[in-house]
Design a binder for this molecule. Structure first.
Ligand SMILES: Nc1ncnc2c1ncn2[C@@H]1O[C@H](COP(=O)(O)OP(=O)(O)OP(=O)(O)O)[C@@H](O)[C@H]1O
Ligand SMILES: [Mg+2]
Length: 86
């Protein structure tokens, strides 16, 4: 895949909390935290593809704007499934 090709899941991933579908109670709570400037450690759980990573990245966008990438370290357990070297 060349650097110009982007997976659709990345290309169309919402970057704003308001664009995330459903999860209204989570969105409301997260927006409250952002407004208060007080973000505790958060753990999102749920079935694959329901917006956990999207929510985490949207929070980074809200906090850091265009500089979100420089302020984020993404270690995604979804990238490595069922593999162990030990
Ligand atoms: N609630 C949502 N609103 C809008 N788009 C969503 C939502 N949930 C998932 N998507 C879309 O599906 C794609 C996958 O979502 P995401 O990577 O956030 O899922 P996940 O919960 O982190 O899954 P996994 O458990 O596999 O890591 C995103 O790129 C996004 O476009
Ligand atoms: Mg994920």
């Amino acid at each position: 895949m060349s650097s110009e090709e982007v997976l659709w899941v990345e290309k169309y991933r919402p970057t704003r909390i308001d664009d995330i579908i459903d999860q209204d109670h989570v969105k409301a709570r997260v927006k409250e935290m952002l407004a208060n400037g007080n973000i505790p450690h958060l753990l999102f759980f749920g079935p694959p593809g329901t917006g956990k990573t999207t929510m985490a990245l949207a929070i980074a966008h809200e906090l850091y704007g265009d500089a979100w990438r420089e302020n984020t370290l993404e270690l995604n357990a979804s990238d490595e499934r069922g593999h162990c070297d030990d």
